[in-house]
Design a protein around this ligand. Structure first.
Ligand code: FAD
Ligand code: AMP
Length: 478
């Protein structure tokens, strides 16, 4: 007999699994379909984020930073650490354990909330029927009152550098190197390229990042991007802007990469090459020709502001639809869609999605950049505060970077918070909370911040917006 559900979700990434749990919590009979298998051949929930994205990359970033600190950062504290070595196998093994714990945790949450897991490939047919095909090739059809498509994204391949997962790898392969490559090439200076490049640079690889654009981190505030370029270059990342990769040749264990830059044709040889040129939506065999769901011109599932597709009752969320490819964006869309299905009037605030690059120092921001606001003709006041003037940052010997708060010159409402520095992701979240409540720079300035904390840098930058900073000379007089 055909199984019937109130909600069927295709994909158990941070979009899909969160949507499924929320729908079940709201009393809806919910199933979630997932096809991804881990190295042991078992179905693993959590999608890109938990298996080969956010979590494993952060595990390696944290391990490699500790190694780097033990080697280079202890001396200043009077700590002598000699003979510090890295066991890459153990580091990658620790990462794998964390992934296993978390993906297993999602299975537990499904059971606890009564979400039915259907193992296999999901395909939307007409009339909100979904075909689930197992590994053995057998199919069953389930029926749903509502379907949520959350099939996510996968790395973009470029013909000049075909991934073999041996010498030329994508982000997934770069999480599983068994040794530190001597010379590492990275194509793409986006978030993923910079994070993975940093991991292996900290462990001793000579890293060259080839970026086709002339501008570094175009989505970031220009002042912050400039600082990030300076800092990462000082750390040893050779970031070559305006360098477009045109071809590559693998010879044994090495790859020679051809690229063009302002000086013409160039080539460089690496022991490993990471292709990190972006991600594209996964829609392969997801929609039957008569499903009625439309894609947009870039291949994403077309949705409106409420994640509704062209078929009533069918929704799409996360990386497979327009917007930032971020786990928290996917999850929040999942919650909002589940709530709307349950009859609530939920809505997502797309203007306040924080973005983070987990290098050290971290780079993070929420809201609008100075250049975007100026282009819109908005009059603004800007306050900045350097971590070099923060007692807490000094105590931690972590003083690189700054906090920048941008406020509307007329209303004083905070329009953007941009940080490069220690714990930037956490500081920006404070800005996001404040902005969600419509804070003014003055409001933030009047709040009591614990001393000594890194958060005081946010406080001081907010005060600096109106020329009232205490611990740094004000550019603007009161
Ligand atoms: P996904 O996580 O891609 O999940 C989709 C799931 O659907 C997959 O499990 C897939 O197997 C399954 N699926 C697809 N089609 C079908 C089908 N037909 N039937 C059954 N199952 C199907 N984001 C952040 O916010 N912070 C970070 O620090 C961060 N770091 C990242 C680091 C790396 C290296 C990478 C690659 C990504 C990172 N991201 C980060 C991005 C983040 O992983 C994605 O934005 C997020 O996973 C998107 O969630 P999703 O649910 O839309 O899709
Ligand atoms: P993101 O989309 O943020 O992950 O960043 C990917 C980056 O890769 C972008 O900045 C692109 O400009 C860059 N890129 C794409 N194709 C190439 C190429 N052939 N050579 C060098 N950089 C590239």
């Amino acid at each position: 007999m055909t199984q019937k559900f109130d909600v069927v979700v295709i994909g158990a990434g941070p979009g899909g699994y969160v949507a499924a749990i929320k729908a079940a919590q709201l009393g809806l009979k919910t199933a979630c379909i997932e096809q991804y298998r881990d190295k042991e051949g078992k179905i693993a929930l959590g999608g890109t984020c938990l298996n080969v994205g956010c979590i494993p990359s952060k595990a390696l970033l944290d391990s490699s930073y500790k190694y780097h600190e033990a080697k280079e950062g202890f001396k200043v504290h009077g700590i002598e650490a000699s003979g510090v070595t890295i066991d890459v196998g153990a580091m990658v093994g620790r990462k794998n354990t964390i992934v296993k714990n978390l993906t297993g945790g999602v299975s537990t949450l499904f059971k606890a909330n009564g979400v039915t897991l259907l193992e296999g490939h999901g395909k939307l047919l007409a009339n909100k029927q979904v075909e689930v095909t197992g590994a053995d090739g057998n199919s069953e059809i389930v029926e749903a009152a509502h379907v949520i498509l959350a099939s996510g994204s996968r790395p973009i391949d470029i013909p000049p550098a075909p991934v073999d997962q041996k010498v030329i790898v994508d982000s997934t392969g770069a999480l599983d190197f068994q040794a530190v490559p001597k010379r590492l090439g990275v194509i793409g200076a986006g978030v993923i390229g910079l994070e993975l490049g940093s991991v292996w640079a900290r462990l001793g690889a000579e890293v060259t990042v080839l970026e086709a654009l002339d501008k570094f981190l175009p989505a970031a505030d220009e002042q912050i991007a400039k600082e990030a370029f300076k800092v990462l270059t000082k750390q040893g990342l050779k970031i070559r802007l305006g360098a477009r990769v045109t071809g590559s040749e693998v010879q044994g264990e090495q790859v020679t990469v051809n690229f063009t830059d302002a000086n013409g044709e160039q080539k460089e040889t690496f022991d490993k090459l990471i292709v990190a040129v972006g991600r594209r939506p996964v829609t392969t065999d997801l929609l039957a020709p008569n499903s009625g769901v439309d894609l947009d011109e870039r291949g994403y599932i077309f949705v409106n502001d409420h994640c509704e597709t062209s078929v009533p009752g069918v929704y799409a969320i996360g990386d497979v639809v327009r917007g930032l490819m971020l786990a928290h964006k996917a999850s929040e869309e999942g919650v909002v869609v589940a709530e709307r299905i349950a009859g609530h009037k939920a809505q997502m605030n797309y203007d306040l999605i924080p973005a983070v690059i987990y290098t050290h120092p971290e780079v993070a921001w929420v809201g609008k950049t100075e250049q975007a606001l100026k282009a819109e003709g908005v009059e603004i006041n800007v306050g900045t505060f350097p971590f070099a003037a923060s007692g807490r940052a000094m105590a931690a010997n972590d003083t690189t970077g700054l906090v920048k708060v941008i406020a509307d010159a007329k209303t004083d409402r905070v329009l953007g918070v941009h940080v490069i520095g220690p714990s930037a992701a956490e500081l920006v979240q404070q800005g996001a909370i404040a902005m969600e409540f419509g804070t003014s720079a003055e409001d933030l300035g009047m709040m009591v911040f614990s001393h000594p904390t890194l958060s005081e840098a946010l406080h001081e930058a907010a005060l600096a917006v109106n020329g009232q900073a205490i611990h740094v000379a004000n550019r603007k007089k009161r």
